[in-house]
Design a protein around this ligand. Structure first.
Ligand code: SAJ
Length: 439
């Protein structure tokens, strides 16, 4: 089949490559000219995804995948454009300062979906299949995707519409794209079956057909489930800090129960999915979602809590510089979207502290660790990159102005750091807090 993929980001580009490898003739479309130039010149905008560089090189050089600025006629159109959240147009940094703002004030920004759909109007033909992969509020495939085309005068009764939410984990995208089960929701029976037949050409997991609105909600339920569970872990961490208990130990012990699986506390929830998608459920039923809203509030407040722990750790010290270890939103990937680390950095900078950031996965923060911590009054481990658990404390001890370290991910061996003369606070650990801040 001829397949046109709109949006060549983290989802669209790997999907285009995999579809091309499966034998389809694929046209990858993105309105970003620089990205198209980069890809045409052999570059790649996505890092740390195993096998992607090789696959991209293969399908592009063989002409199985072409990249273009505008869509062309095809049998299947896949829309994989961003659907960010907005809060009256406020940016993430501004959100930081609006702690009091209601969770129900966030909205899905569907402007990229609308313009991608509109760009299809001139090329769509009878029998074509249009699949929305972007994560969206329930009802979007019907009201926005088909609605925009209806308004543009397209005879949509001849077009098949479906929603097939992506479910891949950043860091493991290529594998999960092929091996995860796939939910496909059609606006009609025929649309669902056509979309399922298409995905079965490259998905090895089960492809399960339902209606479009159910598929939209299923995706949101998955990420909301995770957000609520992380919020529970974070709330337990706050309770443990107050009670002088170590949350890491307590959670490990609770998880010995056969039906309990508490997640890990941390500095907050980042990424473009879990910190965003619950808002699309809230938006669809604000009066029915107090639990989801409370979970969002708990997770959104965690960066501020990290800063409070930081001030406890550095009490009595004239703080000039801090070193932040890890800018990515999660371990072993280079992705800063909605990263709690950057929120902590912004809050510290706001209070006049000089912030130096280290991250081996992000080019502009990839400097020798020693240079970043030199002269720092404290170091904050905010991302659980494996390399940070391996740091030998003595290698940093003499470089820093004060030997203070805050571990917001529970990855450091506290005793080892103490032995090297460090004052340590571990998020969630009331014991480490009591040692630094006597009652
Ligand atoms: N986190 C914790 N504690 C935990 C687990 C995660 O604080 O126990 C934090 C992470 O550090 C990170 C954030 O949560 O900041 C999200 O990370 P994640 O690994 O849980 O998920 P994402 O955002 O990378 O990918 C999720 C996945 N969804 C689920 O696991 C239900 C993925 O399968 C989805 O495809 C992806 O969202 C998406 O695109 O929607």
């Amino acid at each position: 089949m001829r397949v046109c993929v709109l949006g060549l980001g983290y989802i669209g580009f790997p999907t285009a490559c995999v579809a091309a490898m499966a034998g389809h003739e694929v046209i990858g479309v993105d309105t970003n000219h620089d990205l198209i130039d980069l890809l045409r010149n052999g570059g790649l905008h996505i890092r740390n995804e195993a096998g992607l560089a090789e696959l991209a090189q293969e399908v592009l050089s063989q002409g199985r995948l072409r990249v273009e600025i505008a869509p062309e006629p095809a049998d299947v159109f896949i829309i994989a454009v961003p659907t960010p959240r907005t809060n009256d147009g406020r940016t993430l940094q501004q959100d930081l300062k609006t702690e009091e703002c209601e969770e129900s004030s966030f909205r899905a920004d569907l402007s990229y979906v609308r313009s991608a759909v509109l760009s299809l109007a001139p090329v769509l033909g009878p029998g074509n299949l249009v699949v929305l992969e972007s994560t969206v509020p329930p009802g979007t495939t019907e009201k926005v995707v088909r609605g925009v085309l209806d308004d543009a005068g397209v005879n949509t009764s001849q077009v098949l519409f479906a929603h097939a939410p992506e479910r891949v984990l950043p860091g493991n995208i290529l594998y999960e794209l092929v091996h995860n089960d796939r939910i496909v929701g059609g606006l009609t029976y025929d649309a669902g079956e056509a979309a399922a037949a298409f995905y079965r050409t490259f998905v090895k997991g089960d492809v399960v057909v339902t209606d479009a609105t159910t598929a939209e909600l299923v995706k949101l339920m998955e990420n909301t489930y995770r957000d609520v569970n992380i919020a529970l872990a974070n709330e337990f961490a706050l309770v443990c800090e107050r009670l002088g208990v170590d949350a890491w130990e307590a959670i490990q012990l609770a998880n010995r129960h056969p039906r309990v699986k508490i997640l890990k506390p941390g500095p907050g929830v980042g990424g473009h999915c879990i910190a965003v998608d619950p808002y699309f459920v809230i938006e669809s039923a604000p009066d029915l979602t107090p639990l989801i809203q409370a979970a969002r509030r708990v997770n959104r407040r965690m960066p501020r809590h990290v800063v409070e722990l930081f001030w406890e750790l550095t009490r009595g010290i004239d703080v000039h510089k801090v070193a932040i270890l890890g800018a990515s939103y999660k371990a072993n990937v280079g992705d800063e979207r909605e990263s709690p680390s950057l929120q902590v950095a912004a809050l510290l900078q706001e209070s006049g502290v000089d912030v130096a950031i280290h991250d081996p996965y992000i080019a502009r923060y990839d400097r020798p660790l020693g240079d970043v911590v030199a002269g720092a009054d404290a170091a904050l481990v905010l991302t659980d990159h494996s390399v940070y658990a391996e740091i030998v404390p003595s290698t940093l001890a003499n470089l820093m102005s004060h030997r203070l370290i805050l571990d917001a991910r529970g990855i450091l061996d506290v005793e080892r750091w103490r032995t090297a003369g460090f004052g340590v606070i571990q998020l969630g650990s009331g014991r480490t807090r009591e040692a630094v801040v006597p009652a």
